[in-house]
Design a protein. Structure first.
Length: 367
């Protein structure tokens, strides 16, 4: 048999395939055929035979898998739509039942040999791209962290049942720098889209941006007197920075660190687990403590007289230690007005002019 011959199951329908003369609308014209043949067309519902076009999206009925192809039928088409059994296609068909109608993209048409090629993956992924591009500010998508390379993480984005490639730079992987870069590989997180690399078709995503969006609600849920657990992200001569509740970062002043560690803060390494309490929340700053005790900040007020020790003199004024963790400022203008000068280490009596709790500043005058 000639491979180019069309196999027709019903001889009565042979005239349907006698030529490829279709109208401009894609339908074959049967205006000149006999009434007998027109009746046959009606009987077999073939009076609307259409010509498939590359790029069309059609609703097709799944007929099952034949050999290494998935087969779909569309009323009015001379042949079935065939989709090659590839991983990218098969994953979208694993839950599809025979007889089910689904959208299929016509990827290629060979009119001479009556071959219609289709794709579901291309269609679904195109729709997913459009949906991701139209996400509103603040909306997130799910990302699976596939692997780590020197610049960041290869991720798979899931949206509407479709997976698309993405990349997350190291700097956007957490609210702080990750202590262990490999710790998130193999896990799934919510992320936000930063940009799309048109050349590579890859989305640049940020877990950091998503976590930042959680901070306002997380801060409102903090409770005084509750024991929290977190891990150290870094230390300085004046205290320890701690990440906790996934998206929050606070600081424990060295005076409020457990006495066991106060003289050796540098021995506390990033990743070290630590328990603590919420001491104070000031705007976007979270002050933590490991020691539950009252400090000067708990009761200080305007007009209060205190004893202090001069810490240093700067161009803008004199810094005064009020206790181990609290420093106040006598502004230069106040010093000039009083005609006073002090030296470091000098004990003086001061009076509180004002307290700015939001910026954690205390302004003083000489008492």
């Amino acid at each position: 048999m000639n491979m180019n011959e069309t196999i027709i199951a019903n001889p009565d329908l042979a005239f349907v395939f006698e030529d490829n003369s279709f109208s401009a609308k894609g339908k074959k014209s049967f205006s000149n055929i006999s009434k007998e043949k027109q009746e046959i067309l009606k009987l077999y519902n073939l009076d609307d035979v259409q010509s498939p076009e590359k790029g069309q999206v059609v609703s097709a009925k799944y007929q099952g898998k034949i050999g290494d192809q998935f087969v779909f039928s569309v009323r009015g088409y001379k042949d079935d739509i065939r989709i090659d059994d590839k991983i990218g296609e098969a994953k979208y068909l694993k839950n599809t039942s025979v007889g089910e109608l689904i959208d299929v993209l016509i990827s290629d048409v060979d009119h001479d040999n009556y071959l219609i090629k289709g794709s579901i993956a291309t269609l679904y992924e195109s729709r997913a791209h459009q949906n991701l591009k139209s996400l509103e500010e603040g909306q997130s998508v799910t990302a699976y962290i596939k692997g780590l390379n020197p610049a960041g993480y290869d991720v798979e984005l899931s949206h509407g049942g479709v997976t698309l490639p993405g990349f997350m730079p190291n700097t956007l992987a957490g609210i702080n720098k990750l202590v262990d870069s490999n710790s998130i590989v193999g896990q799934t997180f919510e992320v936000m889209i930063e940009s799309l690399s048109e050349h590579e078709g890859t989305y640049i995503v940020s877990r950091r941006k998503y976590l930042q969006s959680l901070i306002p609600a997380a801060v409102k849920q903090l409770e005084y007197g509750t024991v929290y657990n977190g891990h150290v992200t870094g230390t300085t001569p004046f205290g320890v920075f701690v990440e906790f509740n996934e998206c929050l970062t606070g600081m424990i002043h060295k005076a409020n660190v457990d006495v066991e560690w106060q003289d050796r803060l540098t021995s506390i390494k990033p990743g070290f687990n630590i328990e603590f309490y919420i001491k104070e929340v000031i705007k976007d700053k979270i002050i933590l403590t490991q020691i539950l005790r009252e400090t000067l900040w708990d009761n200080i007020k305007n007009g209060q007289t205190l004893n202090g020790v001069v810490k240093d003199t700067k161009q803008f004024g004199t810094l005064v230690n009020l206790d181990d963790e609290t420093v106040g400022l006598i502004h230069t203008s106040e010093m000039e007005k009083l005609g006073k000068k002090f030296t470091s280490g000098q004990e003086i009596k001061v009076k509180v002019l004002s307290v700015d709790r939001m910026s954690r500043k205390i302004f003083l005058t000489v008492g």
